[in-house]
Design a protein around this ligand. Sequence first.
Ligand code: URA
Length: 435
Amino acid sequence: MRAVDIIAKKRDNNPLTAKEIDFFVQGFTRGEIPDYQAASLLMAIYLRGMSEQETVYLTMSMARSGEMLDLSPIAPFVVDKHSTGGVGDKTTLVVVPLVAATGLPVGKISGRGLGFTGGTLDKLESIPGFQANFSTEEFMATLRDCGIVVVGQTADMVPADGKFYALRDVTATVSNISLIASSIMSKKIASGANAIVLDVKVGLGAFMHTREDASALAHAMANIGQVLGRRVAAVISDMNQPLGRAVGNALELKEAIATLHGHGPTDFLEHCLIIASQMIILADRARDAQEAREVLLHKLDSGQAWRKFRDWIVGQRGDEAYINDPSLLPQAIFIEPLPSPRSGYVAGLDAMEVGLTAGILGGGRARKGDLIDHAVGIVLTKKIGDYVKRGEPLLTIHANNDEQKLTDAKQRLLDAYSWSDEPVERPLLVHEIIT
Ligand code: URA
């Protein structure tokens, strides 16, 4: 078998067999197939698509590229969640300790920033010392001792996804249903999750722009879960404007900490409660959304979720001082408000533009392995439906070093807003829950 023939087959729109997919995935993981051939295959898949069957083969092959964990000796039932990627989406940082506070262990493989979206690991790594690169033994021990562990793809765990993910990020091959579904589900299968809640984002700041595409992605992932005997629920949630107010790594971490202390943005808290509720319902810890919500609010209000968060960060060697006093976290040099050019109601706030701008300020990667700036980003003051007077701040830009970047960011962000003279309804948070 030769990699070039597999690329040509997909380029010509022919289905790949399980053997061909596995040959490519394992060869690429071992370093025998170079990045340029993997990038070509990714682009061929992106343009030609894959069938349900090919997507299942790809998922299994990626999951098997490393160890497949059996968590049953330390946790009888493990529940996980995964977002398909959004802007300002710091949900994992709140949901994981919230659910773990109910006694359900959460063992999770997360990702870094992808395209214009942020990644949980990049946010967590704003905390000095935080370790996302664990061996299998460390993963198991931390899950047993803390009830939470969140790591990245490593040489031991889904290395194929680690390599494909980094390549997709910089080759414009992210937003394809089969590539997203296999990337997410391979991580969930390899990390031994029994139940998975999929947060499928739809809108301008998501990889799926329409309800139909989001629904197709949810069904592709649910199908993989079903074939592999996992319980799956999918929440189709809105990503036309950023979630919460903060966009940028340390800024989002601060917002998550504030939310765990009871003073986060309402839309973000509500979203976290919806996702966490689905997780505890799937794990049979609550009968319905109402009961789940009461349990979770108690965990939040009593401080138990915050204490879980602290134990988790310390368990992954993060310096506790930085989360106890978030003002110690990385801070940008320039912190500048952006005044509104007019009075009126905010009718639109293009989440993708906000995500791209945070990336250009230094919060994302343009090439594989680029270092990111944890301090930079944007904090929104005005979102869809809000009334603004001319000159009032729409948002605050956090930038470092480069004044030109700050000037460019201002223009892009002004263009991200659209306006109405009439009142505008706030968008729905969730469009559909598929159980
Ligand atoms: N999250 C992932 O883990 N993979 C994707 O492809 C998109 C979001």
